[in-house]
Design a protein around this ligand. Structure first.
Ligand code: FMN
Length: 186
């Protein structure tokens, strides 16, 4: 029986399926022998092809130094069962805690980037920094997804959506309105 974490390659123009709804992600990074992971809620799809994603990675976060240094990172998509880890990872620094050990995060190597991929996550997107023109002023990194993997089931993962005040909304229903969309604007 395939493992419940079994994943398949995902065409890069489909990355938006997972990120457009705005889930909290776990951003992993690696540089010069050091790895880190942070929780990140402020991101946006910017383009399908190339698959561009903008992320606010505030200065002061240790992950920021690793992303700046390496020019790479990975976006991992956690689901409801990882809520404790998601909250905790976003409330401590990799300078003080080995978060991979502390939160028992199983990793696997990426193909295109040095950042570790989180096995339990529903999807894993390997990214390179595409444009850093807005970094100094807004902490905004434009990333290009260069490899994407996603679990084949469930089709609609129970992703976490941060509402502030320590609360997360969990993704639920998915409804279709395809008939109302103009061709080419799906
Ligand atoms: C739900 C949640 C969402 C967060 N979103 C962001 C974000 O979008 N950008 C950011 O810079 N930090 C965000 N953080 C804060 C970082 O995850 C946090 O500062 C973390 O400790 C950084 O870890 P590091 O120093 O090991 O990189 C968020 C934290 C939580 C709990």
């Amino acid at each position: 029986m395939p493992s419940r974490h079994a994943k398949a390659d995902l065409p890069l123009d489909q990355v938006r399926r997972f990120l457009e709804p705005g889930p909290v992600i776990l951003l992993t990074s690696y540089w010069k022998g050091e790895r880190d992971v942070m929780t990140l809620g402020w991101h946006t799809v910017m383009e399908f092809t190339p698959a561009l994603v903008g992320c606010v990675i505030a200065r002061g976060n240790h992950s920021r130094a690793l992303v700046e240094g390496s020019g790479e990172c990975a976006i991992n998509l956690p689901t409801r069962g990882m809520a404790d880890a998601v909250a905790s990872i976003g409330n401590c620094s990799g300078t003080e805690v080995d978060k991979f050990a502390a939160f028992a995060l199983e990793t696997e190597p990426g193909e295109q980037v040095g950042a570790p991929l989180l096995r339990r996550c529903h999807a894993q997107f390997e990214c390179r920094v595409h444009d850093r023109r807005l970094v100094d002023e807004y902490d905004f990194f434009v990333l290009e997804v260069v490899r994407a993997r996603a679990a084949t089931t469930p089709r609609n993962p129970r992703t976490l959506h941060y509402q502030g005040e320590g609360r997360f909304m969990v993704a639920g229903d998915s409804i279709g309105r395809r008939r109302l969309f103009t061709a080419g604007k799906l």
